[in-house]
Design a protein around this ligand. Structure first.
Ligand SMILES: NC(=O)c1ccc[n+]([C@@H]2O[C@H](COP(=O)([O-])OP(=O)(O)OC[C@H]3O[C@@H](n4cnc5c(N)ncnc54)[C@H](O)[C@@H]3O)[C@@H](O)[C@H]2O)c1
Length: 362
């Protein structure tokens, strides 16, 4: 087992990597039990069904709550269910919750752990590529409201992250590709060598280098989080992780979160961010073409399937959490492997970037 430490003082934690981490998780479970600490597992029904054996090997007879899969479960109602479950199991301040699943379970269960008894420890056991390279690391937890995504939440770091890649064997290819969008983002914003590797040969679930790529993404995210844990940096910092996301979130909102997976919307957003960076004179159009090609070679969309209207996208962007003092923030590329935040982007450049991915700008 290979370990990477996220250094955040008293909130530091290890990220453990391996193909199978069944034995390691089981040992950690037994050690909690030995110390008289309670543990519960929260997962989704889909993961519980297709990874039943893995869950049994890792957690044995630990009480388990399986919720409906999907983004709709990141709700106030599900939060109540997780909290009630924790109370029914009589968890105390020394207990631990294990979130097993994709970003939905990690965000929801992590938030329940953040608020139950004003905070108990939680483990992240990610089962999607997106959760492995992005959502399980960094401590952002939360749920959605009717008014928008991730509007309620908390920074609550996990006490350990356990990444065993064998679980990805049952992940649908479309979900795997969506996770690759975050991997490509990671290369674009801070690891030019990773981007070049992805350019040389597209990564699949069977690629021998998959584990090391996941590790590189976690290391990159850990560095950003260590420098700006609470996203307070005036420029750059944790906000850089939002490369492609201002565009992507607007696309997700206008399509009511139904047409695109998060990673697919981010992929289109990365193409738009590349175009914006070209129009700002930061990168050349050759780089933008390279970015498009890498995204397409990983089975991701590079443009909208059906055109969306610019006024709707603009309205969605202005409702985005990233609006500060009425100003929209964009993450742009200074080069492949280096990103920066900008809040002085003229609206016509934003509409041109959206038009370049197929939005209708009349
Ligand atoms: N906290 C953060 O920093 C952060 C960062 C990025 C995204 N997110 C959040 O993550 C969420 C998206 O996460 P996601 O893409 O992992 O979605 P998800 O959790 O909905 O999982 C996607 C689908 O894959 C299924 N699944 C999970 N693991 C599987 C496996 N091993 N085999 C078969 N099926 C499996 C799930 O049941 C679900 O149907 C969004 O809510 C987003 O806001 C959070």
């Amino acid at each position: 087992m290979d370990t990477l430490n996220v250094s955040l003082g008293a909130r530091s934690y290890p990220i453990c990597f391996g193909r199978s981490l069944r034995a390691e998780v089981r040992t950690a479970v037994e050690s909690l039990r030995g110390a008289g600490q309670k543990l519960v597992v929260v997962t989704d029904r889909h993961v519980a069904a297709c990874q039943a054996e893995l869950l049994r090997d890792m957690f044995g007879d630990v009480p388990l709550l399986a919720l409906e899969p999907g983004e709709a479960t990141k709700s106030l109602e599900s939060l109540g269910r997780v909290l009630d479950f924790m109370a029914e199991q009589r968890l105390d301040r020394g207990s631990v919750l294990a979130a097993v699943g994709g970003g939905v379970m990690g965000d929801l269960a992590g938030f329940a752990a953040a608020v139950y008894l004003r905070g108990v420890a939680f483990w992240q056991v990610p089962t999607t590529l997106l959760a492995m390279v992005d959502s399980s690391v960094g401590g952002k937890t939360g749920i959605n409201l009717k008014a928008g995504k991730n509007l309620v939440g908390s920074f609550h770091q996990p006490s350990r992250v356990m990444i065993g890649t064998e679980v990805l064997e049952t992940l649908p290819p479309r979900e795997f590709a969506a996770g690759m969008a975050e991997v490509i983002k990671c290369g674009l914003l801070g690891d030019a060598a990773l981007f070049a590797d992805l350019e040389r040969s597209p990564v699949t679930v069977r690629s021998p280098e998959l584990a090391s790529i996941i590790r590189r993404c976690c290391a990159a995210k850990a560095r950003v989080v260590e420098a700006d844990e609470f996203e307070r940096a005036k420029d750059g910092g944790r906000a850089l992780l939002n490369l492609g996301h201002t565009f992507g979130h607007a696309i997700e909102q206008v399509t009511a979160y139904r047409r695109y997976l998060h990673g697919e919307a981010v992929a289109i957003g990365l193409v738009a961010a590349a175009r914006l960076s070209v129009d700002l004179g930061l990168i050349g159009s050759v780089d933008a073409t390279r970015i498009r090609a890498v995204i397409a070679s990983h089975g991701l969309p590079v443009a909208l399937g059906e055109p969306l209207a610019w006024p709707d996208l603009l309205a969605a962007m202005s409702r985005d959490k990233k609006v500060r003092a009425g100003k929209l923030r964009f993450v742009v590329l200074d080069s492949i492997g280096r990103a920066a935040t900008r809040d002085d982007v003229a609206p016509d450049l934003v509409s041109a970037a959206f038009a370049s991915v197929g939005a209708r700008v009349d």
